[in-house]
Design a protein around this ligand. Structure first.
Ligand code: GBH
Length: 454
């Protein structure tokens, strides 16, 4: 089988500001600074204060990206680098940094795709009103977006509003336990958590409006979501119907993807939530439901579903202990999740016109530098090859999958796991900040060169 993609398929890599930038002293404090400085929150006490020192090394990093052959780069902009206190005074040096970054990308023939929020909320707003616990956060986010798009919209035409709303809300706030992500706030009820994701959805809606109002030229607006792909255990019509029935009912699908794309929380999910459903004010859903040019799908794993003799007609299957996974506890290898996740947008959610791109796909591996100075990450190559074949299947069957951003360009600050887990196709020696392309980097370069999975 030859896995050739159509001409124009977009090959890219993705990163996020807090995970790579460093230069913390040149921006406002984010909730991840405070969280990672709190003992016990991040493995080995790592923080993103230096990370990959990308702010000082971005020219070399972009040159290495250009060598890889990618023509598309997804990065995120740090809100506290633009507006240190979250609202009010703008840091011109922060805006200038992203201006130089974008100019350098364009010099190398790489199209910038900017995510306006990838989890690094300004700490000032957390201190002032509890950030995502308040509706005010959505308005302050939209004001920040206006500043960025006015300044950079002459050179950036691909915008993404917020990365993975479910994660920074439902894993940033916890009921009865300290959650794994910043701000790490313990709340009393699950309703309070749902309220934070509702506010983030409002930020998405107001952000879409702000981008379109501020952009000096036509632009593309996307939401990036890690919705859960329900994978039929077999390809029988009964199992496929079961996977489709299960798709809208998970929290991230029915509670994030559906309101953003259909203007309604999934009614069954709301019924299941009962008194824990968020308060929704008149007009909220119209604000949240904005026209989108495309949808970014962050996919790492999924869940198997099969038809069952119960009230709902399906069951979701737990992974057995020995199921193969990569170097994260949750990273079960399920390449079909990419295909089914793309297909569900068209067939299950009934949005066949909506273009999809893979905004993140990749994995952590136990990389080791050999004495010859190589990293032979054959397991990562195997993982990427299987997921890319799944992407090819979606394209082959006519689903509107436009591109693929590999997560991630280089090893970085992996949130609660700090520098302990490596997701890059470029190895970073954090003691020296030396970049060393791994075997997967060279393998991916070959795919891009040939426009097929090699
Ligand atoms: C992405 O999220 C992030 O966008 C990116 O910044 C990050 O570096 C990358 O993943 C790798 O982790 O422990 O069972 O509660 C991926 C989605 C959401 C998957 C949180 C794991 C925790 C599952 N992740 N989820 S669990």
């Amino acid at each position: 089988m030859v896995y050739t993609f159509p001409p124009g398929f977009q090959w890219g890599v993705a990163t996020a500001s807090y995970q790579i930038e460093g230069a913390a002293d040149a921006r406002g404090v984010s909730v991840w600074d405070v969280f990672s400085q709190t003992p016990g929150r991040v493995l080995h006490g790592d923080t993103g204060a230096i990370a990959c020192d990308h702010v000082h090394r971005f020219r070399d990093d972009i040159a290495l990206m250009a060598d890889l052959g990618v023509r598309h780069y997804r990065f995120s902009i740090s809100w506290p680098r633009i507006i240190p206190e979250g609202r009010g005074a703008v840091n011109d040096a922060g805006l200038a940094f992203y201006g130089e970054l974008v100019d350098t990308l364009l010099e190398f023939g790489i199209t910038p795709h900017a995510t306006l929020f990838h989890w690094d909320s300004p700490q000032a707003l957390e201190a002032e009103y509890g950030s995502w616990r308040s509706r005010q956060m959505a308005q302050d986010y939209a004001d920040y977006v206006t500043v960025v798009v006015k300044k950079l919209g002459d050179r950036i035409t691909h915008w993404m509003t917020l990365n993975e709303i479910f994660c920074f809300t439902h894993i940033g706030y916890g009921v009865g336990h300290v959650p794994e992500m910043a701000p790490g706030t313990v709340v009393k009820t699950s309703k309070e958590v749902w309220q934070t994701s509702h506010h983030a959805l409002l930020a998405h809606g107001l952000g879409c409006q702000a981008i379109r109002a501020a952009s000096p030229q036509p632009c593309q607006v996307a939401l990036v979501d890690n919705y859960l792909a329900t994978v039929p255990l077999t390809d029988t019509p009964a199992d496929i119907a079961a996977a489709q029935a299960a798709f809208p009912l998970t929290g991230t699908n029915g509670g994030i993807l559906y309101p953003a794309l259909t203007g309604e929380y999934n009614p069954q999910l709301l019924a299941d939530l009962g008194k824990n459903a968020p308060d929704i004010l008149p007009g909220d859903l119209a604000t949240i439901h904005q026209p989108l040019d495309s949808l970014g799908f962050n996919v790492y794993t999924g869940v198997y579903v099969r038809a069952a003799d119960n009230a709902r007609g399906f069951e979701s299957l737990p992974f057995p202990q020995s199921y193969p996974r990569m170097h994260m506890p949750w990273l079960h290898i399920l390449p079909d999740s990419l295909y089914w996740g793309v297909r569900h947008i068209s067939d299950t959610l009934q949005r066949p016109e909506l273009r999809v791109f893979i905004s993140e796909n990749g994995c952590a591996a136990q990389d080791e530098l050999t004495s010859a100075g190589e990293v032979l990450d054959l397991d990562r190559i195997q993982y990427l090859q299987q997921y890319l074949r799944s992407a090819h299947r979606a394209v082959q069957e006519g689903y509107p999958l436009m591109g693929y951003f590999l997560w991630t360009f280089m090893d970085n600050f992996e949130w609660a796991y700090g520098r302990d887990r490596r997701f890059g196709v470029t190895y970073v020696d954090f003691a020296t900040q030396q970049r060393i392309p791994k075997a997967s980097y060279h393998w991916y370069a070959h795919c891009i060169e040939e426009n097929r999975v090699v």
